[in-house]
Design a protein around this ligand. Structure first.
Ligand SMILES: [Fe+2]
Length: 177
């Protein structure tokens, strides 16, 4: 049976360890929610995609990410964390990468996830999330990181350099903070 947002909160608050990625993807797939229930967390930024913390606990962060048209994440990993994503509004483009023999990263495929679609990444999985929709459309996505991902490794398409980006939170007027 489809679960409510409150039931997701309860599930996350009961966690006592990292969630296995297939279980997390299942939880997000079972949700009966849309943007309306998370309206107060839907806030965009002109500077880059915006991370809005909804709720947090020792073993998770729950965020709403808001993407204006054309905004993209860096190519990044998920070191030590399970990350599940559900599309709340719009179509999300996910491009997956792997490390080539010379140390560069290469794209191995892209897919578009429609509203309600769910995907998962963990540990050294590399990907980039983008809003590439027609008509200047916005994208809103729901993310669970377990345990919380405080830093993500970032990668360049142009060379072998590696970086680290803190998971800065744009608008932290969240419950449970
Ligand atoms: Fe990611």
């Amino acid at each position: 049976m489809a679960k409510t947002l409150d039931e997701l909160f309860d599930y996350l608050d009961r966690l006592e360890q990292r969630v296995a990625l297939p279980e997390l993807v299942g939880e997000l797939s079972d949700l009966a929610i849309d943007c309306d229930g998370l309206r107060q967390h839907v806030q965009f930024s002109d500077r880059s995609y915006a991370r809005n913390l909804v709720r947090k606990g020792p073993w998770y962060h729950l965020l709403v990410l808001c993407w204006k048209n054309g905004q993209r994440s860096p190519i990044h990993d998920h070191a030590g964390s399970s990350c599940g994503v559900r599309v709340l509004r719009g179509v999300m483009t996910e491009t997956r990468f792997e490390v080539a023999p010379n140390g560069h990263v290469k794209a191995v495929g892209s897919r578009d996830l429609a509203e309600g679609g769910v995907c998962g990444s963990q540990d050294d999985d590399l990907h980039q999330v983008s809003n590439l929709q027609a008509g200047n459309a916005e994208l809103v996505t729901l993310h669970v990181y377990s345990p919380p991902l405080m830093w993500m490794g970032t990668y360049s398409i142009l060379d072998t350099s590696r970086g680290q980006e803190p998971m800065l939170l744009e608008f932290c007027d969240a419950a449970g903070i």
